[in-house]
Design a protein around this ligand. Structure first.
Ligand code: NAG
Ligand code: NAG
Ligand code: NAG
Ligand code: NAG
Ligand code: NAG
Ligand code: NAG
Ligand code: NAG
Ligand code: NAG
Ligand code: NAG
Length: 773
């Protein structure tokens, strides 16, 4: 089925409506007609009443044909529309009038204007151009308002194309038209530099034709000067005939020996001639350098790739594993003596790392012992007997000079619990380290087995010595007592604490304890007694007794003492003791006797006696002393003897007499006085022989004779000495001062006397002076 256009639908609808309506109502129009390039201006409904005028206007770009005032249609009586003619025609633009230019195409033949929608290109004459146009022309179009759009351009006078330059170009090479005021900027290719003004401007100039403000700049090739390097050369040299290098040329600066470029690995540097005529990077400086840092064995330095070591560069050495650095780690290149720089420090050395010599207490290193303890050296340890290794038994020297694993130690080992023994107690110990001594003691009644030590030592193989038993029952040997017997109890074996009792045979006496006990040390205590031979009863005496009593046996050395009855004297040794002649026992002597002894009372004239009282029994001693002037004749003491006599005989007191005096060089005045003895108080005159005088008693007046008296002690009083007379001058001088000096005074005494005299005189003088005061 074909769809009908909507206009037809409406029209069909209108017709249907007309047919349905009553007769008079059929006078209506529908659907006003379309008129080319016109638009309906009157709004109408679906049913348009007869006579209605529908107005039209022209579309944009169109206008009413000249002479027509209004375009319209009218609904006729027969419901048709009045005829509608074209009343809109295209608007027209006048032909553009361009100075110094033409348009194309020209208007159609017969016409002088251009219709709405026509396009025209304005082409400027030579030397002219349209501002803002690339190629100098411009297209314009006839607009609906009858004007050209854009507005008709102006062909202005233009500058010539800016000249092309070699090795460069300007900014607007695409552009054809350069109106006054436009400027062009030149740029050179790389490697070339612009000579002249960069930009040129189109200026009005001589007013006929505009010209460029400046001469065209030129692009000249860039060149770098040959680099001038101290202590170095460049390579390659400039090309023959040239003295400079072209842009882009590269040159290597090679320093002379002993010189180098800072920052360069191999000492050289490559520089390139830059577009600005300068070298890039800047021409380097060949500085004096240090020699290559020396290689060391077992190590290396940080910059082994580097060839150049300028002043200030630092090199750090490092040793291989197992070696340690001796010396400074880093050395620096320093100016030194200013001609050649040197390294600041001597080159360090790498020495084999040594671990400390391992020492182990109570142990040793297992052989083979290494020569040294360098990196990777292994050491094995073993402990002394009795010690146990704690830690690794094998350690190795590490690269850092330390042992790994840690050095082990030898700890003293220990024994298990010590064994127990019958009848023995063990000393108290908590730990049983090797060398620990445990001591066993036997319980009471038991004794260590001889030859078995009660001390057990924890052995170095951590065991205790093998001992089966330590203690045995204590027994004492069977006691033997000669001349006696054991009376209780009689056994064959005597063990600890057994007690036995002894008795001696008749005539023998027990010495020691009769009862003894078997002690814990296997000895009898007290010691086993013995039976000693004895003396019989001591002999009896008349009128006296001994203190031995009724005892029958008297052991060796026992003593008895006799005593007599009242008034009786004991004659002889009062005590006797039991002794031996080597075979038999006997009393040391005969028994004393008891007798009545009375000595007569002694009579001593001119003497005294003690004791004075009776009785003078046996043994009494009397002492006798004589009155003054009497001398004891005989023994001073006398004892009463058992035969009633005094022994020695009682002495007598005889008057004292002086013997004949013996004076050398002297004699008695009276020869008749001479006798053998002189009585006490008897005086005899005495004188010195001629030529002698008395020297003693010098203080006495010098006399020719002198009396001596027999004193009560039988001595002569003041028995003088006769000395030879001396008649020296001094003596007579001295003698003149007789009042205080006597001649024959010994010189020392004389001196003393003189000094005394002097002293006396001085004292006198002093006294006088004190009085004056
Ligand atoms: C209607 O009337 C007009 C003029 O009066 C005439 O020209 C035209 O032919 C008529 N149309 C029809 C269909 O009769
Ligand atoms: C300049 O060079 C351009 C392109 O390189 C060329 O189109 C133009 O014709 C040249 N102009 C002159 C004056 O030679
Ligand atoms: C080259 O180096 C030395 C010392 O390094 C210096 O004395 C001398 O001046 C240098 N040469 C030049 C041309 O500068
Ligand atoms: C040091 O050793 C390096 C490489 O290990 C070597 O290239 C260099 O020549 C040696 N230098 C000297 C001074 O021997
Ligand atoms: C250490 O001993 C090894 C081999 O025994 C030897 O090669 C090395 O030179 C020694 N090192 C030192 C520092 O003595
Ligand atoms: C331990 O050592 C002792 C003496 O050195 C030896 O008699 C004993 O047999 C050893 N014991 C062991 C278990 O080796
Ligand atoms: C000796 O003289 C003194 C005193 O003159 C007198 O006491 C004494 O009894 C005299 N002796 C004798 C034995 O005449
Ligand atoms: C008597 O004289 C002698 C000798 O001068 C003297 O040893 C003795 O003691 C004197 N006897 C007495 C009793 O003075
Ligand atoms: C018709 C017209 O205006 N012509 C001009 C063309 O250009 C020259 C110079 O640019 C003028 O002098 C003319 O008048």
């Amino acid at each position: 089925m074909t769809s009908l256009p909507s206009g037809w639908t409406l029209r069909l609808l209108g017709t249907l409506v007309l047919m349905l309506l009553p007769g008079g109502a059929l006078s209506h129009c529908v659907d006003p007609p379309d008129i080319p390039n016109a638009v309906q201006k009157t709004n109408v409904g679906t049913l348009i009443p007869v006579g209605m005028v529908v107005k039209y206007g022209c579309r944009p770009g169109y206008e009413l044909i000249a002479g027509i005032r209004q375009g319209h249609v009218t609904c006729l009586q027969n419901s048709t529309w009045s005829s509608a003619l074209n009343f809109c025609q295209k608007i027209r633009c006048p032909a553009p009038d361009v100075n110094n230019g033409t348009q194309a195409p020209m208007p159609r033949p017969g016409e002088e204007t251009y219709a709405f929608g026509d396009s025209v290109t304005i082409e400027c004459d030579f030397g002219h151009g349209i501002k803002g146009s690339i190629n100098g022309n411009a297209q314009i179009r006839c607009n609906h308002d009858g004007k050209w759009d854009p507005a008709i351009p102006v062909c202005e006078p233009v500058c010539a194309q800016p000249p092309n330059i070699s090795h460069g170009q300007h900014s607007d090479w695409r552009k054809k038209v350069f109106v006054v005021g436009s400027s062009v900027t030149y740029k050179c290719d790389r490697g070339f530099s612009l000579v002249g003004k960069t930009s040129i401007q189109c200026i009005a100039g001589d007013e006929v034709t505009p010209t460029w403000s400046e001469p065209t700049p030129q692009c000249e090739e860039i060149r770098c000067p040959a680099p001038d390097v101290n202590n170095g050369t460049q390579a390659p040299m400039p090309r023959p005939g040239e003295e400079t290098y072209a842009f882009g040329d590269s040159v290597t600066i090679e320093c002379d020996f002993g010189h180098g470029i800072k920052g360069s690995i191999n000492g050289n540097a490559q520089i390139r001639c830059n577009h600005d005529g300068k070298w890039d990077p800047a021409i380097p400086v060949c500085e004096p350098v240090c020699a290559q840092p020396p290689n060391i064995s077992h190590g290396q330095h940080s910059d082994w790739r580097k060839k150049v070591f300028v002043v200030g560069s630092l090199v750090t050495y490092r040793c291989d594993r197992g070696f340690s650095l001796v010396g400074k780690t880093s050395i620096q290149c320093i100016a030194g003596d200013e001609v050649t720089p040197t390294w600041s420090e001597p080159t360090p050395q790498c020495e084999e790392t040594q671990c400390p010599v391992p020492h182990i207490q109570h142990g040793s290193q297992k052989s083979p012992l290494p020569h040294n303890y360098t990196y990777r050296t292994s050491v094995m340890f073993q402990c002394d007997p009795g010690y146990l290794l704690r830690g690794a038994d094998r350690i190795q020297c590490q690269a850092d000079g330390k042992w790994y694993p840690q050095q082990p130690v030898c700890d003293l080992g220990r024994c298990s619990y010590p064994p127990a023994f019958a009848y023995a107690d063990r000393s108290n110990h908590r730990e049983f380290l090797v060398g620990t001594v445990v001591t066993y003691s036997c319980r009471p009644g038991y004794t260590p087995i001889p030859g078995v030590s009660p001390h057990l030592t924890c052995l170095t193989n951590f065991t205790w010595p093998k001992v089966s038993e330590l203690c045995q029952k204590i027994s004492c040997s069977k006691p033997v007592v000669e001349n006696g017997k054991q009376i209780y109890p009689v056994k064959t074996e005597y063990t600890y604490a057994n007690r036995i009792v002894f008795q001696c045979d008749p005539g023998y006496i027990l010495r020691g304890s009769e009862g003894i006990v078997c002690r814990s040390d296997g000895m009898w205590h007290p010691p086993v007694p013995f039976c000693d031979k004895t003396c019989g009863r001591p002999p009896p005496i008349m009128n006296g007794l001994h203190n031995g009593g009724m005892k029958e046996y008297f052991p060796y050395e026992s003593q008895v003492t006799y005593s007599c009855g009242d008034g009786l004297s004991l004659i002889g040794e009062s005590s006797i003791y039991c002794t031996s002649d080597g075979v038999n026992m006997m009393w040391s002597g005969p028994a004393p006797q008891c007798k009545v002894v009375r000595c007569p009372r002694p009579e001593v004239e001119n003497g005294r006696m003690t004791p004075t009282r009776q009785p003078f029994t046996y043994g009494v001693t009397v002492r006798v002393s004589c009155k003054e002037g009497y001398l004891l004749h005989g023994s001073r003491e006398s004892q009463c003897q058992d035969d009633n006599t005094w022994n020695p005989p009682v002495p007598s007191c005889q008057p004292v007499q002086c013997p004949k005096p013996d004076v050398q060089n002297g004699r008695m005045v009276n020869a008749l006085d001479e006798k053998m003895w002189y009585n006490v108080n008897e005086s005899i005159p005495f004188k010195c022989s001629p030529g002698y005088h008395f020297s003693d008693n010098w203080y006495l007046p010098t006399t020719d004779s002198f009396s001596i008296t027999c004193s009560a002690n039988g001595n002569w009083t003041a028995l003088p000495k006769c000395k030879k007379q001396s008649n020296t001058e001094e003596c007579s001088g001295v003698r003149e001062s007789k009042e205080f000096v006597h001649c024959d005074v010994p010189l020392t005494e004389l001196r003393t006397l003189l000094e005394l005299k002097k002293l006396y005189l001085e004292i006198q003088k002093l006294k006088r002076e004190i009085k004056k005061l």
